[in-house]
Each structure stands twice: as structure tokens, then as C-alpha cells.
Design a protein around this ligand. Sequence first.
Ligand code: NAD
Length: 333
Amino acid sequence: MIRAALFSTKSYDRKHFASVLEDERFKNLEVTFFDNKLDRHTAIMAKGFDAVCPFVNDVIDKDTIDILVSLNVKLIAMRCAGFNNVDIEYAKDKIPVCTVPAYSPESVAEHAFALLMTLTRNLQHSYVRVREFNFSLAGLEGATLFGKTIGLIGYGRIGRIMADIAKGFKMNVLVYDDYAKEDPTVRFVDFNTLLKESDIISLHCPLTDKTFHIIDAKAISEMKDHAVIINTSRGALVDSVALLNNLKNGKLKGACLDVYEDENNLFYSDLSSEIIQDDIISRLISLPNVLVSGHQAFLTTEALNQIANTTMTNIKSYLDEGLLLNAVPGMSK
Ligand code: NAD
């Protein structure tokens, strides 16, 4: 039997993994669901397991990796696309790391547009008003997306779907991607041109040393006045203090955030009875022109099914057949 420990699991993970595990292909796989995050304090819980399966906010640093290796865990099978929370350099040659590189990119792109549409038509305000039978329209004036320019930073799986949706709205699409891509239906520009010409800027690149705070005070100062920022990728792509300052001073028209740079101790928990100590996110959430969802863009039936399927396939392939699928770049094992 191959034993896998799934960390940071919620009811929806358990439902989809349990359903996928009914497949005959996975009959020699046994999965244990833990609520806890995987980090240096909880890594000991992986004792007796062949693989661990962490999620986006687990912390797989040097200490965590050392503990996993000492427990003879053989695989870190991330059940997400990003792996910025794993010390890959350190893991290399010690324990292989794989991910679920593609799971319903439509889910994330559609969520980005759901946030954008809500913000541009003030639906977050009208929803609350109408529930109190307040049908006043004062202050609800919106704007169309038609004819506006959207700038996409990153033109991979999700970025391309963003472009397709934007074209449906007859928006102009600008793209900045560090790696050459070909697509005559969009206009590739340099980073500064994208900042200067876009009404809406949406981030779809990974979080790396190079993209950390790619949207900082300087980048925002280069943007059009009243631009909107959408971040459904990783929180630390945006300097939240600079974002907040520029929302307060009116330079930016609004922000749609599914991710936040210090989301680690906030998202995925019910903190409704707690005093939130993070003044930046508290202030961002308090602004009428900011929409925050708690790293939810992936959360569709389609994506959860694909995540469960690919994760189980990754684990089975490596531990049954020695075949490392969907390895993080640079893994030598
Ligand atoms: P992808 O790998 O298909 O595309 C990423 C693109 O970014 C690539 O085209 C790459 O060339 C480009 N890129 C890399 N470095 C860059 C740089 N410095 N500047 C500009 N572009 C750069 O990834 P994807 O599937 O489209 O996902 C994008 C991101 O979305 C992921 O990295 C992940 O962080 C995030 N994500 C979030 C959720 C969520 O629930 N909110 C779910 C899935 C993925």
C-alpha cells in the first residue's frame, strides 16, 4: 500500500479526493487527511507516509524538508500549481517535488473577471442595499469594459484565457511576458508600455525572485490614473502597502484581490470572531473600491476534480513506477 498524507485539507478536498480514490487505478493508494498545515512543527505527522501532499500556504522550508527526509518520505506532491512556498533549491537532490501544473485555468480567469465585473458595476454595494430594500442608485454608476485596455502580465494558461474573455468584451489586450510567445491576436509590449497604456492590469505570472513586488510604488506611479489592479496569482507580486497608499490617494480606481502577500495566517480560516492584527488587509477590505476573496479562484468542481486526479496520478506514478510526473523545474530526481 502507498500511503499519502494530505495537509491543510478542507471538506471540499476530502470530498473530491475520496471520489477520485474510488477509481480502480488507485486501489493501492491510502490517503490520510490532516487539517493542519505542513510546516516544520507538523512535519513529524508525516511519519509512516510515503508521500506528503501540501497546499498553497504550507511552509516547506529547509527544516520541514530535513524532517520529511529523515522520516523517509519519498515525495512532496503539491496539490496546486505554484511552488513558491517550497525551498526548491534545498529540496533538489533530497526529495522530489511535483505539482498540479494545470487545473482548470478557466476557473481562475473566470474568477478574475467575476471580481472585475463586480467592482466595475458596484455590485458589491447594490447587493447589500437591495437586501435592505434600498433601491437607491446614488453612487452606483459603473463603467463598461467594452473598449478598455487590459494589460496581462504573464501569458501562460490563465493569461491566455483572460485574453479570450477580454476579446469577448471587445477590450484591447496588451501582454507582457518575460518569455517570447506568439499570438497575433494580442499586442506584446514591454513592461513600461503595459503600465502606461492599461486601464486594467491583471497578474498571471508566477511568484519568483524576479516578480516579487513587480507591482510596487514605482510601477503604480507609471500607471494611468484610475487604473484597476487584479491579482489572482500570488500576493507578493504586489507591494500591498504601495497598493493601499495609491488606493487611498485616488491614483488607483480599485483593486480585485484573490491573494494577499501575508495571507498565510488569514486565508482558509474563519476569523470572524478574532481581532485581525494585520492593519494592511483590514484597511484594504474596508475600502469600498477593493474586492477581496480568500484565494478562492481555483475553487470549482472542475478544478477540484482535476487537482485530485492529477495529484493521485503523480503519487502513484512515482511510488509505483518510479516515474516523476509534473516535476518542478530543476528537480534532478
Ligand atoms: P503558466 O506557467 O501557464 O504561465 C505563467 C506565465 O508567466 C508564463 O507564460 C511565463 O512565461 C510568464 N512569466 C514568468 N516570469 C515572468 C515575468 N518575470 N514577467 C512576466 N511574465 C512572466 O501559469 P498559469 O497556469 O497561467 O498560472 C499563473 C499563476 O496563477 C500561477 O503562477 C499561480 O501562482 C497562480 N494561480 C492562482 C490560483 C488561485 O486560486 N488564485 C490558481 C492557480 C494558479
